[in-house]
Design a protein around this ligand. Structure first.
Ligand SMILES: NC(=O)c1ccc[n+]([C@@H]2O[C@H](COP(=O)([O-])OP(=O)(O)OC[C@H]3O[C@@H](n4cnc5c(N)ncnc54)[C@H](OP(=O)(O)O)[C@@H]3O)[C@@H](O)[C@H]2O)c1
Length: 258
């Protein structure tokens, strides 16, 4: 792939201050894009911006304090982006929350609502702002970071996974609604070695990897490479689809312990 595949394009990335979102921002910057990272904590955004500026790239880097679950924050971030950079070609819906671990049957409404608000409605709110501000007229690409959990049953995070499954369906629905102007695709990562998932992978990495066909956990770069493909013209005939990046976790024979 040509190294400058996103030259001059503008990308907004929610949850762009660390982990997968920051990895995607770095990949887009290296590919020539201007990047806008959004997250809740100003300190994290400031250090992420400094890290991004150390990555080779000609594009501008901006940060916005915003909660992915607040539609008014999405509107403000997109307005600021249009004012500063004049376009918005790529919307990455990456921020997510998981305030509840446990059986679905015992879930309380406040935590259920918070999860839906950030993970599911957030994806719609930010996509809608990008669509209305730029993509409806000029086209663009939406990249939704869901989870392989949206495809399988998990003993602990059933509600979070239900919102990720909803993201996969909304990816198809929005692909239908926003074509041919905008393309909408998703990535469903398996376990990726970020802070969010540290408590899951750190104590059990050898056990977890032994079961995987590819014998290792995912990295931020694994997801960033796929997000670059989905944002670029290399995927120009692809919409409504989900790339599963899980080291083969969903390619195991039935009966192999998960
Ligand atoms: N890591 C995995 O194993 C894994 C697997 C499958 C899917 N995923 C998905 O990948 C995405 C990124 O996960 P990650 O592992 O990179 O997480 P992470 O390392 O914890 O980073 C999360 C990022 O999102 C921001 N954020 C969190 N809540 C937010 C909110 N309500 N509004 C705006 N920003 C928010 C955080 O900054 P602030 O705290 O400053 O807001 C941070 O920038 C999520 O959608 C997650 O569900 C992760």
């Amino acid at each position: 792939m040509n190294e400058q595949v996103l030259s001059g394009r503008v990308a907004v990335i929610t949850g762009g201050s660390r982990g997968i979102g920051l990895g995607i921002a770095k990949a887009y910057r290296q590919a020539g894009a201007h990047v806008v990272i959004a997250a809740r904590k100003p300190d994290g955004l400031a250090s992420a911006r400094a890290e991004l500026l150390r990555v080779k790239g000609d594009g501008e880097v901006h940060e916005t304090v915003a909660n992915a679950g607040e539609p008014s924050d999405a509107e403000r971030c997109v307005e600021e982006t249009m004012a500063r950079l004049g376009r918005l070609d790529i919307m990455v819906n990456n921020a997510a929350t998981n305030p509840y671990m446990g059986d679905l049957i015992d879930l309380d409404l406040p935590r259920a609502e918070k999860t839906v608000r950030v993970n599911q409605f957030g994806m719609l709110a930010w996509t809608r702002c990008a669509w209305r501000a730029w993509m409806a007229e000029h086209g663009g690409a939406v990249v939704n970071i869901a989870s392989v959990g949206g495809l399988v049953v998990d003993p602990h995070i059933g509600w979070y996974n239900a919102t990720k499954a909803a993201m996969l369906h909304m990816t198809r629905q929005l692909a239908y609604e926003l074509g041919p102007r905008a393309r909408v695709n998703a990535i469903a990562p398996g376990l990726i070695k970020t802070e969010l998932a540290r408590a899951v992978w750190e104590p059990r990495e050898p056990i977890l990897t032994a079961k995987l066909p590819l014998r290792r956990l995912g990295t931020v770069e694994d997801v960033a490479h796929a997000a670059l493909f989905l944002a670029s013209d290399a995927s120009s005939w692809m919409t409504g689809q989900t790339l599963v990046l899980d080291g083969g976790a969903t390619a195991l024979p039935i009966g192999v312990d998960g």
